[in-house]
Design a protein around this ligand. Structure first.
Ligand code: 13P
Length: 250
């Protein structure tokens, strides 16, 4: 059984005070016994402030990026161990916004994945195709290629720590969600790729999130798909009521 995992990617939103307020509101409304893993990924500047609020609660802390070196003269970067130090359990790696605006490559994603795992962090590895790639019928090849390249030299044992997030670029922040059937088809293709790489048992155990305009009004049908194991939520994770409704999907 794969435990569903709902994560909020706050992107470049929320001051420290706003982040603390949002976490408090989430904790107040979360309840217990929902059987879902919940993660919030605030900006770096808010991690240290929200950590004490989350200790011993049902919400885990995640970061949105890291650098692959342990330490050194890398101005402006954040090391994996620094994220562990502020209480992070998860880290998003290879988000399409990083690939698009900060020239991240599959090889770079792979380096970051290895560094995260070595530090004891659980990577959420993002993959997804652009609109032109989908229109050209290349979506599945692009996405499964990103999965294979991102996971080079990652062992089957390490895959227990890895979450994959399928986020079609054209669905991010646009209100234009993939249909549940299209998302399911891609998740199944990703699972087949994992099966080719690691065997069926590992493929069946890895959690694959969907991301891209996930909202309270579409989460239920997305989560009803057999290979959708959670959501990576952007805009709708910035307000407690909408994120809580997503966490409490039917
Ligand atoms: P939206 O939910 O705002 O479309 O963002 C999705 C996303 O990029 C999550 O990582």
């Amino acid at each position: 059984m794969r435990t569903p995992i709902i994560a909020g990617n706050w992107k470049m939103y929320k001051t420290v005070g706003e982040a603390v307020d949002l976490v408090k509101a989430l904790l107040a409304g979360l309840g217990s016994g929902h059987g879902r893993e919940v993660v919030v990924c605030p900006p770096f500047t808010a991690l240290y402030a929200v950590r004490p609020l989350l200790v011993g609660t049902g919400i885990a802390l995640g970061a949105q990026n890291l650098y692959h070196e342990r330490e050194g003269a890398f101005t402006g970067e954040i090391a994996p161990g620094m994220l562990v130090d502020v209480g992070c359990r998860y880290v998003i790696i290879g988000h399409s916004e990083r690939r698009q605006y900060f020239t991240e490559t599959d090889a770079g994603v792979n380096r970051k994945l290895k560094a995260a795992l070595a530090a004891g962090l659980r990577p959420i590895m993002c993959v997804g195709e652009s609109k032109p790639q989908r229109d050209a019928g290349e979506a599945e090849a692009i996405v499964t290629g990103q999965v294979g390249a991102g996971l080079v030299d990652i062992s089957a044992a390490q895959m227990a720590e890895v979450v994959i997030a399928y986020e079609p670029i054209w669905a991010i922040g646009t209100g234009d969600t993939a249909t549940p059937a299209d998302a399911q088809a891609m998740h199944l293709a990703i699972r087949h790729t994992l099966g080719d790489m690691y065997g069926d048992a590992v493929a069946q155990s890895v959690r694959i999130q969907y991301g891209g305009s996930v909202k309270p009004d579409n989460i239920d049908e997305l989560m009803a798909q057999p290979d959708i194991d959670g959501a990576l939520v952007g805009g709708a994770s910035l307000k407690a009521d909408s994120f809580l409704r997503i966490v409490h999907y039917q």
